[in-house]
Design a protein around this ligand. Structure first.
Ligand SMILES: Nc1nc2c(ncn2[C@@H]2O[C@H](COP(=O)(O)OP(=O)(O)O)[C@@H](O)[C@H]2O)c(=O)[nH]1
Ligand SMILES: [Mg+2]
Length: 397
């Protein structure tokens, strides 16, 4: 019996020692480089003896990643020794929609390709026009814009007579662009002429992507050389402020936050105050996802706005809408517009929907331009909305 226990103890000690050394050598790379013939870093070290320390303490200073040259790719990369991430340099904003246009492929397949296929039919009878209408309605273009577009297309196709695919594409492009609107100013106003900082408030229902958008927008501004303070006026959950702060830290933007369940208006007020004192260019205020059915919460949003405006008028109030929610999003938009003056729309999650037509519908609904679109969860997946690039993405090459 005793011998069995002894054997087990020895086995455990030996295994422990092996394990410790192997892990130690992986982690610290303190073993001399293995000979080229046998590049196996798990080669057993000298046999330990009973009574030896299972873990030999290793106290040589850890080398930084620069000092470690990886031998012919056989050693694992030492992630834990990487220096803490420095402030990131976000991608420039120009041309983002072009870079991300493939993300609109669902809308492209459902809307652009569908329309072109139908329009190419030899006989455009009433049934075909109805199918065209259905496609537009299914893509959330909205009833009124759909009727307008179909009327225009019918008229122009008649004039055209025979149609080449190129002609059809050109025609559809023109008419879609007319609906989307090319002569509106879609710049996000962050720099008033007479004072600093510019103040931007981000509103919308929970889960639409407000915090993410605020974080992404901070990156856009930093990429453009601006300095930013963030205000975490979503005080309902501490996690919300953490989430925003994390976005801020990645680009070196300071986040003003208040006590959990504290007054959102006072956090927003303090954020602008802090932004003024720090002399930054822009203050971005993230708010809680007030459900539009809760009148009290909506009133509170009005209060945030009023309190912030004791400093200066808001330069921009961005309403964030989840493009996948369709009609529901339009209802939300209407209610928010009653409480605050929306100056721009951010449509998020356009990467996950075939309903790209919502861009047209929501602009009609609010008479406010879509200024930014979200095309993914990545940090730089927020693009300035450019009608041409958008329509081109919808109808494909
Ligand atoms: N696919 C995709 N996901 C997004 C986009 N924008 C936000 N999200 C995701 O939507 C979820 C909710 O976002 P969050 O910013 O926390 O919403 P909030 O409650 O309005 O602040 C998160 O998982 C985001 O990553 C987008 O443009 N595309
Ligand atoms: Mg949030």
């Amino acid at each position: 019996m005793e011998t069995v226990i002894l054997a087990v103890v020895i086995a455990v000690v030996v295994l422990g020692a092996l394990g410790g050394l192997v892990i130690g050598s992986r982690r610290k790379k303190s073993l001399p480089p293995p000979p080229p013939a046998a590049p196996d870093i798990t080669a057993p070290p000298a046999e330990p003896h009973v009574g030896d320390e299972a873990e030999t303490p290793r106290d040589e200073p850890r080398r930084t990643i620069e000092e470690v040259d990886l031998p012919d790719g056989s050693a694992p990369v030492v992630v834990e020794e990487l220096p803490a991430p420095e402030i990131e340099i976000p991608e420039p904003t120009a041309g983002r929609l072009v870079r991300l246009r493939a993300r609109l492929s669902r809308s492209q397949n459902a809307l652009g390709k569908g329309l072109l296929t139908l329009l190419s039919r030899e006989h455009l009878d009433d049934e075909t026009w109805e199918e065209i209408e259905d496609i537009l309605l299914t893509a959330d273009v909205g009833v009124q814009p759909t009727t307008e577009l179909v009327d225009r297309l019918r008229e122009r196709v008649k004039v055209l007579g025979t149609r080449t695919p190129d002609e059809l594409r050109g025609l559809l492009r023109e008419e879609l662009l007319k609906l989307v609107g090319t002569d509106v100013d879609r710049a996000v106003k962050t720099e008033p002429e007479d004072r600093k900082p510019g103040i931007v408030m981000v509103v919308g229902v929970n889960g639409t992507g407000k915090t993410t958008t605020t974080g992404k927008l901070a990156r856009v501004l930093v990429a453009d050389g601006r300095t930013v303070v963030l205000g975490a006026a979503d005080t309902f959950r501490a996690a919300a402020a953490d989430q925003l702060q994390t976005w801020g830290e990645r680009v070196g933007a300071y986040t003003v936050r208040g006590p959990e369940a504290g007054d959102p208006a006072s956090v927003a007020f303090d954020a602008v105050k802090e932004g003024k004192e720090m002399g930054v260019d822009v203050v971005l205020i993230d708010t809680a996802g007030r459900l539009h059915t809760k009148t009290g919460l909506m009133d509170e949003l009005g209060k945030v706005k009023r309190v912030v405006e004791k400093h200066a008028p808001l330069d921009e109030v961005l309403l964030v809408l989840d493009a996948t929610t369709g009609q529901n999003g339009l209802v939300q938009a209407r209610v928010f517009a009653e409480v605050v003056d929306i100056t721009g729309i951010v449509l998020t999650k356009l990467d996950g929907t075939a309903k790209g037509g919502i861009v047209i519908a929501v602009q009609r609904e609010l008479n406010v331009p879509v200024k930014l679109i979200g095309l993914g969860e990545g940090a730089d997946d927020l693009a300035p909305f450019e009608p041409e690039a958008f329509v081109d993405a919808l109808i494909g090459d």
